[in-house]
Design a protein around this ligand. Structure first.
Ligand SMILES: NC(=O)c1ccc[n+]([C@@H]2O[C@H](COP(=O)([O-])OP(=O)(O)OC[C@H]3O[C@@H](n4cnc5c(N)ncnc54)[C@H](OP(=O)(O)O)[C@@H]3O)[C@@H](O)[C@H]2O)c1
Length: 290
C-alpha cells in the first residue's frame, strides 16, 4: 500500500454509494479527501459521517453540479483556489438517467456526466496534477460491456435506450480516458479505469424496469433483489477497485490499466483498443465542449 498521508484526493460524487466508501477508506489511510456533491446539507452530512467512520478530520467537500460544464469549471476553480496540487482524481460521479434528458448545455445527460465531465475535469486539473510527484486519475466504468457502440448514437441521436444508453456512454468514457492515458504517457500522470461491480446504491435504486432491454426485462425482479439496500455493504466491496488504483504501490507509474470488480488488471475491451473508435469519441467530446 502506498503512503497516503501526504496525498490530496478529489472524489466526485462521494456523498453516497461507492464514492463515499472510497472516501472513507482513503481517509482512513491518512489522505486528505475532498468529496463533491450538489447539495450543501447532504455534503455536510456525508463529511460528518466519513470523519466519524474514518476517525479522520481531513475530509472536506466542494459543491458542484457535474451535469453542466459551468459546474465542472466552477469545481476546478474552487479546487485550485484551495489546494496547491492534486495527487489523485477519482471521476466517480455517474448518471443513469431513466429518460432522455438534455443538460443546460444541450447534451444528453448520461453523455454529459459520464463522458464530458471526467474528460473536462481532468483537463482543467492537469496543471495541478503535474505539480504532484506522481499523480493518478481514476474513472469508474459501469453497465454491460457491449461488443460495439454506435458512434452515431452517442447522445441518443437515434433513440434513447435506458441502460444500454448508460453502458454506451461508459464505453465512450473508456475510449476517452484510455486515449488520455496515451497522451499523458510522458508525464507524471497515470490514467486508469475500474469497474466496481454491482452495488446497492441510489443509482441502482433508481433503475426502473423500462430501462432494461426487452429481452432482459423478466430478470428485473432479480436485479432488484440483488441490489436491495444493504447498509453500504455492497458499496464497500465495490469501492475496492477505486481504492486499489488510488493507493496500491504496485500500480505506481502504470497507465492505461483496466481493473475489474475483483481488483484484477484485465484487458480493455477490443472496441476501446481500436484507435479509430477512440478518435471518433474524442472528436465528439471536443464538439460538445462549450
Ligand atoms: N452501483 C452500481 O451497481 C454501479 C455499477 C457499476 C458502476 N457504477 C458506477 O459507480 C459510480 C458511483 O455510483 P454509485 O452507484 O455509488 O452512485 P450513487 O450512490 O447514486 O452516488 C452518486 C454520487 O454522484 C453524485 N452525482 C450524481 N449526479 C451528479 C451530478 N449531476 N452532479 C454532481 N454530482 C452528482 C451524487 O451526489 P449528490 O446526489 O449528493 O449531488 C452522489 O454523491 C458511477 O460512476 C456509476 O456509474 C455503479
Amino acid at each position: 500500500m502506498k503512503e497516503m498521508t501526504s496525498q490530496i484526493v478529489l472524489i466526485t460524487g462521494a456523498t453516497s454509494g461507492i464514492g463515499k466508501q472510497t472516501a472513507q477508506a482513503l481517509a482512513q489511510q491518512g489522505a486528505t479527501v475532498i468529496i463533491t456533491g450538489r447539495n450543501k446539507a447532504t455534503a455536510e452530512q456525508a463529511v460528518q459521517e466519513i470523519r466519524q467512520q474514518a476517525n479522520s478530520s481531513t475530509i472536506q467537500y466542494l459543491l458542484a453540479d457535474l451535469a453542466t460544464q459551468t459546474g465542472v469549471r466552477q469545481l476546478a476553480n474552487d479546487f485550485q483556489k484551495q489546494y496547491k496540487h492534486l495527487d489523485v482524481l477519482i471521476n466517480n460521479a455517474g448518471s443513469a438517467a431513466n429518460t432522455y434528458q438534455k443538460t443546460p448545455d444541450g447534451i444528453e445527460t448520461n453523455f454529459a456526466v459520464n463522458v464530458i465531465t471526467p474528460y473536462l475535469l481532468t483537463t482543467l486539473l492537469v496543471e495541478h496534477l503535474k505539480k504532484a510527484p506522481q499523480a493518478r486519475v481514476i474513472t469508474l466504468m459501469g453497465g454491460n460491456l457491449p461488443k460495439s457502440v454506435d458512434l452515431q448514437n452517442l447522445q441518443s441521436e437515434k433513440g434513447f435506450d435506458g441502460l444500454n444508453t448508460y453502458s454506451n456512454t461508459k464505453i465512450a468514457m473508456m475510449c476517452v480516458m484510455y486515449e488520455y492515458a496515451q497522451q499523458l504517457k510522458d508525464t507524471n500522470i497515470t490514467c486508469n479505469i475500474c469497474y466496481p461491480g454491482q452495488a446497492a446504491t441510489e443509482m441502482t435504486q433508481n433503475v426502473t424496469a423500462d430501462m432494461f432491454p426487452w429481452l432482459l426485462r423478466p430478470f428485473f425482479p432479480v436485479f432488484k433483489l440483488l441490489t436491495r439496500p444493504d447498509g453500504g455493504k455492497s458499496a464497500k466491496k465495490a469501492a475496492r477497485s477505486s481504492i486499489f488504483l488510488a493507493s496500491a504501490a504496485e500500480v505506481s507509474g502504470k497507465t492505461g490499466l483496466y481493473v475489474n470488480k475483483n481488483v484484477q488488471i484485465v484487458p480493455l475491451p477490443n472496441f476501446v483498443l481500436i484507435a479509430n473508435n477512440r478518435k471518433k469519441v474524442w472528436e465528439t467530446v471536443q464538439t460538445a465542449l462549450k
